[in-house]
Design a protein around this ligand. Structure first.
Ligand SMILES: O=P(O)(O)OC[C@H]1O[C@H](O[C@H]2O[C@H](CO)[C@@H](O)[C@H](O)[C@H]2O)[C@H](O)[C@@H](O)[C@@H]1O
Ligand SMILES: O=c1ccn([C@@H]2O[C@H](COP(=O)(O)OP(=O)(O)O)[C@@H](O)[C@H]2O)c(=O)[nH]1
Length: 473
């Protein structure tokens, strides 16, 4: 069997998983742990040493090979093109883009550097699985170095519609680079549609079934919604309950209902709108004051990107306003914790909460939504209030689905969730658990890798197929 090589910007070694590394790292680690393999990416360090050596480390059945970034590489590639252009654009916030040609060039040179280092590890029958928007050009770079093995790409974020994608000057190049992969995977059908439509409209590609055909390239394009470790979640919750943080939170509630939000401090997560919706609930439902506590965990993320820093200040102000207006000597309506917690602790905290409050303005998947459901006590499950704009909503339609921009309706739905009868809570929970069992993190991995192992459709056969299909219909 061929060895799996995973490549992502963020690499999570098991000992480092205590913070807020995001869903990609959590998901990929779980998937890689099953069969083992090599995980290559950035080690999270910035170093201007001329010789940037690859650090190699083995933990369990996974080999880690990581490199550091020089300060200017970090600025242009990670902080610049990846997180100040692609991230806001892919989350449909073009007004937050800070485009500079130098960042686009820096992004490409880091991809080239990754390809050159990775080349030393690649064997002929390896399968390479590249993750996320940081590394779109990697397959082309590897092909130019002569790599022939199968290379797949999975995008963890949304993919925008064509009219938005065009806001980045090099959008055609980005599309062409994706065509160097054998398989491109998206979280939802709407993301895959955005890609196919962009290929058709800008590069005159044709799309037959799931295959995109552009010039001499063919690429299979499909949807693989990322899952979680559904079966092992109860054990992780049990471990989390041993933590001091969990016990202090449980003790502090004094019988009040808990609403929980857990997000990186990112403008895409809708935290500001969520706070406003919560304030509306406080204004409208005097009977609920003192009966509930909203805990928002939001560790700083990409804090040196201007849009994130601005967002953090707005969140500070909004939280301060709510607390100043409604808090009393013996009750805080909102607890805002600008720091991260170990994942087991977070999972146990979900079980304490009557409501999981997950309202991103746009999100690739949102694993917090799935984890919240899987962490519930089957006898007395809490209610997931979930944004329709999260990828997770395509699967978790038994959640209380909300439009995060409609803060009045969100306030009403939040009250409904807090007061929902046990039968309805159980019914919704069981429906969602079925989905989480059917498509867990291992199914996600297997589905993607099975498709990646299939041979590419040669472009001449694809043309014949297209003609044949047309003449039949
Ligand atoms: O690496 P960072 O810059 O610190 O950011 C953390 C990760 O955030 C994003 O996560 C995405 O992946 C999740 C799992 O598929 C998905 O549920 C979520 O909707 C996405 O936002 C980002 O895409 C990752 O590359 C980052 O590592
Ligand atoms: O303090 C924290 C905050 C978040 N997480 C985890 O980070 C991941 C966040 O993934 P999600 O897909 O929701 O969003 P992302 O941050 O990747 O955009 C989830 O597994 C959370 O449980 C964590 O372990 N500690």
């Amino acid at each position: 069997m061929s060895r799996l090589i995973v490549v992502s910007n963020r690499v999570a070694k098991p000992s480092n998983t205590g913070g807020s590394q995001g869903g990609l790292a959590v998901g990929v680690l779980a998937a890689l742990s099953k069969e083992g393999g090599l995980w290559f990416g950035w080690n999270g360090k910035i170093s201007n040493n001329e010789e940037s050596n690859v650090e190699i480390d083995r933990r369990g059945n996974i080999d880690y090979a990581t490199v550091s970034l020089k300060k200017n590489e970090y600025n242009h590639y990670y902080k610049g093109f990846a997180n100040s252009v692609l991230w806001p654009l892919f989350h449909q916030r073009p007004e937050l883009m800070r485009y500079q040609k130098a960042d686009f060039l820096g992004y490409h040179s880091v991809n080239k550097k990754f390809a050159q280092h990775l080349l030393n590890f690649i064997q002929d029958d390896d399968t390479i699985w590249v993750h996320d928007y940081h590394l779109i050009p990697l397959a082309r770079q590897l092909r130019q170095l002569g790599v022939k093995c199968r290379i797949g790409f999975f995008l963890h974020t949304p993919f925008p519609p064509y009219d938005l994608l065009r806001a980045v000057p090099e959008y055609r190049e980005i599309l062409r680079e994706l065509m160097h992969y054998d398989l491109v995977g998206f979280q939802t059908e709407s993301d895959a549609r955005g890609f196919r439509e962009s290929m058709r409209l800008s590069l005159e590609a044709s799309v037959v079934n799931d295959v995109v055909h552009c010039g001499s390239e063919t690429t299979l394009v499909k949807v693989y919604p990322i899952g979680i470790e559904t079966d092992s979640t109860p054990n992780l919750v049990a471990k989390g309950k041993e933590s001091k943080d969990y016990q202090r939170l449980a003790h502090s509630l004094g019988g009040r209902k808990l609403i929980i939000g857990v997000d990186r401090l990112d403008y895409s997560k809708g935290i500001e709108h969520r706070f406003i919706a919560y304030e509306k609930l406080l204004q409208q439902r005097a009977d609920l004051l003192r009966q509930m506590v909203y805990l928002q965990v939001a560790p700083t993320s990409r804090g040196d990107v201007q849009a994130y820093d601005d967002f953090a200040s707005r969140i500070d102000r909004t939280a301060g306003h709510i607390i100043g207006t409604y808090a009393d000597f013996d009750w805080m309506p909102l607890r805002y914790l600008n720091r991260g917690f170990r994942r087991n602790t977070i999972l146990a905290m979900y079980q304490l909460a009557q409501v999981g409050f997950v309202t991103p303005l746009r999100d690739g998947m949102n694993l917090v939504a799935k984890e919240y459901v899987a962490a519930q006590n089957p006898e007395d499950p809490g209610v997931l209030v979930l944004s329709k704009m999260a990828g997770a909503a395509a699967e978790l339609d038994a959640a209380v689905l909300v439009n995060p921009y409609d803060t009045e309706a969100v306030a009403k739905d939040l009250a409904r969730a807090l007061e929902m009868p046990l039968d309805e809570r159980r019914d919704r929970w069981q429906k969602m658990m079925k989905v989480l069992h059917k498509n867990d993190i291992y199914t996600w991995q297997e589905n993607f890798l099975n498709d990646l192992s299939k041979p590419r459709v040669p472009s001449n056969q694809l043309q014949n197929f297209e003609v044949a299909t047309l003449s039949v219909s």
